[in-house]
Structure formats: structure tokens, C-alpha cells
Design a protein around this ligand. Sequence first.
Ligand SMILES: Nc1nc2c(ncn2[C@@H]2O[C@H](COP(=O)(O)O[C@H]3[C@@H](O)[C@H](n4cnc5c(=O)[nH]c(N)nc54)O[C@@H]3COP(=O)(O)O)[C@@H](O)[C@H]2O)c(=O)[nH]1
Length: 909
Amino acid sequence: MPAPSDVPATRHAPVRDRLGAAFQAVVVATAAAALLLWGWRFAPGGDAAAKAQLCANALVPLGVGLVVVLWLAPRRADVDRRARRAWRDLAAAVTVWWLAGVLWELLGRPPLSAADGVQLLFFPLVLLGVLRFPAAPLEREERLRVWLDTAMVLSSGAAVVWYLALWPAIARGDDLAQLVVNTLYPLGDVVLLFAAYVALRRGGGATRGAVRWAAAGLLSRFAGDLLYLRQSFTGAYDPGGLSDLMWLLGCLMLAAGACAQRRASEPAAEERTAPQTRASLLPYVSAVLLLVFFAVAVGGAWTPRTLVLLAATIVVTSLVFVRQYMVGREHVRLQGARVRLEAERAGEARFRTLVQNSSDLILIVDGRGIVRFASPSLERMLGVRPEDAEGQPLVTFVHPDDAADAAEALAVTRSEHRTFGPSQYRVSGDGATWRAVECMAENLYDDPAVRGVLITVRDVTERARLEAQLIHQAFHDPLTGLANRALFRDRVEHALAREGRDPHGVVALFLDLDDFKTVNDSLGHREGDRLLAVVADRLLNATRGCDTVARLGGDEFGVLLENAHADADAVIVAERIVNSVRVPITLAGQDVSVGASVGIARARSTDGAEELLRNADVAMYRAKQRGKSTYEIFAPAMHAAVVDRMELEGDLRRAVADDCAEMRVHYQPIVELADGKVAGLEALVRWQHPRRGLVQPTVFIPAAESTGLIVPLGRWVLREACAQAARWQAARHAADPLAPPLTITVNLSARQLQDPSLADDVRAALDDAGLPPHALVLEITESVIIAEPSAALATLAAVKALGVRLAIDDFGTGYSSLGYLQQFPVDVLKIDKAFVDGVTRGGPRAALTRTIVALGDSLALHCVAEGIEDELQRRHLQALGCGYGQGFLFARPLPADEIEAMICDGVAA
Ligand SMILES: Nc1nc2c(ncn2[C@@H]2O[C@H](COP(=O)(O)O[C@H]3[C@@H](O)[C@H](n4cnc5c(=O)[nH]c(N)nc54)O[C@@H]3COP(=O)(O)O)[C@@H](O)[C@H]2O)c(=O)[nH]1
């Protein structure tokens, strides 16, 4: 960008060049005229007086041309303002000089007159002008040296003036006033010369050429004044002579300087410190000249005139030594400064390179939070050019949610004079894409190179993303994307903490899918996972955005409701969940329906998260016990029963895992009602519990069914029963080869019917035991067939294909239509104890029993009456045509060794 004093180098350039050339032409013409005139003047021959007069008369017109050049040449637009002012002062000085000369001529050249008063104005005007030249400030050492040089030059000059002019005048007894005034001229010249010397040392390159001309002009003037001084004291002033020529040349060189003035600027530091070799020789030259002068002068005798000269010579010589000492010191200082400067420059270059290439962003922010400097990585990080960011408030780039924190961090760093951070913010260059950055702020107001808060900004977006991902993974279920148990628990804790002493609005729902294991086992884990994902979506749809839905593990889910102050609020959500979950889902091409059992627990003031979740779990167990696809609200009374149930389940899990070592199989005979002969046995499982003693199946079979443990347990019973039956069969056959074969009846639960490996298990049990398939009767309840008719039909067909017989248990209790009997390959109907109990009392139950027996007959099925406890019942049933019976009348279920005698005798006791 051009400086204010710069001139556009286009439109005015030709005019400026032409003017400059014109001024130079005037100077050259004047110089040529002066050389010709004074060459002619000093050439031998001719009228010397006329020549002198002509030269004296030529001074005025020649001088006028130069004065005009001096006034106009520096007014060119390309000249620095300060230089223009300096030349204006010099032009004024020369004008005064010439006017005084004209006045002196008009006054008839008196030795002392008003013209001297006017002419003496020349000195302050020149001094003012010379000091005005553009210059750099001097350092202390430099200033001292300038004063020393001034003292040396002045002393030398004064000594010479003393010797050549003053002493002879004093010796002659000349007019003292005239003496003083005439002495002032050369002394003034010495001062001006030295001022020019200082200007030369301080001035920049553009001014130096002009000042050199000016200094040369002043030197010429000094020579002229010295000559005039001498002539005035000897009374031999030569008008138009050498002194006048010297004055004219002085003026001419000043005008040349005005033409040589170029546009100036502040000199660079190195320009200042560079030795001004020729100019700096001036004090030495003056000292040497003085010595030479002294040596020549002392050729005569020692007089007061030469003693003063000697004293001046000693002073000047001493000053030379002092100056030399100072120059030496300064040289050492400059060397040090140069080394430091080079080191600083190398350091600066290194830091600049670091800042330019660092991936971190470096900012300097001022006291008002305005960005004063931004490193190039800003563009890489935010797509903002550093020059666009400079001058903008820092918070412009910070996310609105983080802006207050960022402003506070800045204020703290500024006021407390310390470092701040690392702290993390979100920043953006366009307000759309946000990046995570980590910032360190440092107060560097005391550092003159910074004067602000230095902020180092590191882009940590990838790291933050990874952290967020890890945190999400740690607190979310990867399959469903729902909160996991840890996060759910944390949310419950927070909700309870928020509510404080009155947390009644906080409600936890614990949800367990019914029959999920069956889906998993039959359709595979992939379909099981799909089911869980669909359920998760449904749960989210069934709840509000402010509720927390979590997968707690396996097929268990949790829902946290806040502000659910009425039970009805929680019940609505639970119903919505139950209804939405049971909508069929298509898995592996078939529609599958699962239920959800939901437990609801409301926080009490003493409850922590642990208690609340446990209570919801307890309520869920109760819901499951009540029947699936339902909900239950927790009541403290549930707790003991459910805890007991949970313990039982845990123990059962352990017992089954331990190869069913604690399990026992008892056998109850099935007899022919006509003669009491043992036709077969029903295998009934018992659990020899280490604490509870012998546990009945009514206690643990439901738990085994709900946990799925019934599948491995049932497999074990099947194998045990088949093996035992085979042993008895062999013993009986050995005792009576014509005895009819014994049958062994084994109960199957609904879960076993859903197990695709059931037929394989049955085959393996028979094969391993060596029992013929027709000796095995598998007993299933009517309700199981009705619940899953298609699945049951397929499984039962596979089992039946092995040659195994099937019995329907509890017949007559579960279903109003008997049509399924034609579809299912059943062999035996077991008449429920409820009918047996009523058979002796007559009425509808007796009638129904008769119908069942008749139905069995018509379908060629065996009928077995269950729970016969007395002889009357046996007789009634026999009378109705029922072939077989089972009950305490014949025998209770007993361990194998206790029932053995009955089998061998062939008759139940
Ligand atoms: N899936 C499986 N279920 C099994 C298995 N073992 C037993 N069970 C089922 O448990 C239920 C209860 O059985 P249990 O306590 O053994 O009761 C049986 C008999 O003791 C009882 N019974 C027999 N005669 C009488 C009687 O005269 N009076 C009377 N009050 N009770 C009597 O009946 C039960 C046998 O019933 P059922 O199976 O319907 O023939 C029971 O439902 C069993 O099915 C097993 O291994 N797997």
C-alpha cells in the first residue's frame, strides 16, 4: 500500500521529470557560466578591475536563478514532506544571504552594517533546515559521539580562525565589533557544517545525496567566509574574487542538492548503524589538518598565538582519543547487537515457520475479546481465512451453548494473569459444521510482542467423536440401541435424587418377554435378535420421549416413568406395552406372537434405585405367575413369595445343571380295573432338595416351565423312566415270559412340545434303554394341544412315527370341542380326577364320565381314570366300562425299589 506521501507514478511522472530536468539545467548553466566568468577573471591579461566588476555584478543574476531553483525544485510532489520543509528553510536562508549581499552592495560594502545583521539570519535558517531533514533518532552513544565530533571540528575551526584571523586583528588593534561579527561567519559555518554532518549520519538513503550537496555547499561557503575574514582584516577584499566565487559555488551546490532530493523515508535500522565512512572522517580530518596547521605554524617561535593553537591541538587530539575509545566500545556493542539480531531473526524465522505450519491454531485476542492474530491453520480447521477472522469477536466462532464459558475463560485469563485450560468447546466457521477443539489460554499482556491473550487451539473432533462413541457403547445396548442396565440405573438414581423426599412420581416398569427362549431355540438367534429389536421399537412407540426405555439383558426391558403420580398413568403405559408387544411379528416367514409380563413399582421415600428395580422385578414375576401377557403392580406382600420363587428357580437351575443329581423319579401303577393287575406305571418326578426336603412337582414344575429348565429336566426323566421300565420289563419277562408288556407313561410339558429335538430325544432314550417304542406312553395335557395346535401336531406326528403311544391328560377339563381327537394320533384318554370324584355322586359329572368312556370306546382309545381313591369309585368306573385306573386306592407314587414287588406280583397292593 503506498505511503500517504507517495505519488502515483503514472499521470504526473512526465511533467515531474520535465520540471526536474529544467531545474538541473539552470544549475548546470549557472555552474558553466560561473566557470567561464571566473576562468576569464583569473586568466592573465585584460583589465583586471573591469573583470572583477563584471564578476561581482554577475553574482546577483546568477544567484537569483539558483534561489528560484532552491524554492521550486523541492516542491515536486514526490519529495517527502519533511524534506520539502527543510529545503524551504534552506531556500529562505540563501534568499536572505543574497538579499543581504545586494543590500551590502547598495550600502557601498561597509565593513560592518545592517547587511551583516540580515546576513547572520542565514545561519539559524540553515541550521533549522538541516535539522529538519528526515532522520532516525540517535541513540545515547551516538549522541555523545556527535557532540564529541562537534567539539573537535569546532575546536579545530576556532583554533585556525584564532591563528589566521583573530590574533592578527587583535595584534593590529582592529575594531572589536567588526572582529566579532566577521569571526561569527566562519564559526557559524563550522556549526552548520557539523549539523550537515549529523544529518548525513542520521539521514536515510533518499536524503543523503541531497544533504551531501548541501554539506559541500556549506563547505564552500565556509572557505569563502574564511577568505573574506582574512581579506577584511587585511583590508584586501577582492570584489568578484575568490571569496565571492566560493559563495556562489556554495549556493550552486545547495541548489544541486535541492534538485537531487528524492522521496525519503525513515531510514532502516541497519542503514543507521552502517558506518558513514566519509562523513565520519570529518572530525579526524579536522584534527589532522589542525596538527598539520600547527606543525607549519610552530615553524616560527613560541608566541601566545601558537600557544593557543597548541592548546587547541592538545584538546582536539585528546578528543580524538576519547572518540576512538568510544568507537571501539560501540563497535563491540554493535557486534553484540548484530549477533543478537541475527539470533533473534533466526529465532523469529523458526517460530514463524512453526506457527505457519503448525496444525494447531494460534490466536491472539485483545482485552475486548477481538481476534488480533490468527495463524494460517484457521483456514484448514474452520475454512476461515486468518485476515477475515482478525478484527472479529472470538465468540463469533464458538457454539452458542459454549459461548458464555469461553467468554468467562477469557475474562479469567485476562484478569487473573494466568493460564487457563485445557478446556473444550465447539467451534465453527460457517455456523453449520461444528468441530470440537481443546484450548489453552495464556495471558501475555506483559510480552510486548503479543500484548494479549495467546490461545492455542487443537482440533480434537475425532477424539471427541470416539469418546462419545465409547461412552454411548458403555451405556447403550448394541442390538437395540436402547439404554443399557447401567444407564437405566443411573437415570433411576437421578430421578430419585431430583424428586428428593417425595419420589412418588417415579415409576419403574420391569418387562420380561414370555416364550422368548422358545423363539430363540426354534428359529435361531438371528431371528431372536430381530424379535428383540422389534420389541424395542414398540416399547419406544408405546412410551413418551421423556421416558427412559432400556434393555436390561436377555429378554428383559425396563421403562422409567417420571411424574406418573397416579397408578392409572403407569397402568396405561403397561397396557399399551402388553398390547403392542403381542401383535404378531413375522420371523423366518411365520407369524410369531410373544407376550410381555410387566411389573410396575412406584418409588417410596425410603427406596433407592436398587429397591425400586427389585420391586418392579418382583411384580413382573407375579404377573408371569398370574398368566402371561399381563401386568402387576407391586405390593409389599408379594415380596416374600417372589423371593422364595426366585430362590427356588436359582436352586433348580443349579440342580438341573448338576445332571439332575437331586432329582428322583417316583412311579405310580396304572392298573386294570377289572382285576387290579399292573398294566403300566406313570413316571412322576420329585426333587430331593438339600434344605426343603422332598419337593413335589406342583411346586417346581411351573418354575421349570417358565425358565425353560423343563426341557433338560424332562429329557432326564424320559431317559430315567425308559431305562427303569426296560429293567422291569426284563425282570417281569424273566419271571413270566407270557406276561403282557408293561407300559411307562412320561409327562411332557408344553415347552418340550416346542422343542424341535423332542423326537430325537425320545428315540435316543428308547434306544439307549432298549425299550420297545410301544411300551412308552407320552402324556400331554389337553390345554397344551389347544394352545399350539399346529406346532403340537407336527411334533406329535414325529414322535408317533417312532411307534410311541400318546395319552391326553386331564381329559374333559380344557376344551369344549372334541374335534381335535380326530386330528391328533392319540391312544389313551386319561379321565381327570374331577370326574372320578363325581362318578359316585351321580349328576352331570357321572354322566360326562360315561360319555368320555363311550367316546374312548368309539375311537378305540384306552381310558384311564385318574385319582381313584376308594373302592366305590373303582366299581362305578368299571361299571361304566373304563378299563384302567390309577390312584391312591392302588398305590401312591413310590420310588422304583418300593414299587418293584408290585410289578413282580403283577397286582397293585
Ligand atoms: N411335565 C412333567 N410333569 C410332571 C412330571 N412329574 C409330575 N408331573 C406333573 O406334576 C403334577 C403333579 O404330580 P404329582 O404331585 O406327582 O401328582 C400325581 C399323583 O401323585 C397324583 N395322584 C395320583 N393318584 C391320586 C389320588 O388318588 N389322589 C390324589 N389326590 N392325587 C393323586 O396325580 C398326579 C398325576 O397326575 P397326572 O400327571 O395328571 O397323571 C402333575 O400334573 C404331573 O403331571 C414330569 O416328570 N414331567
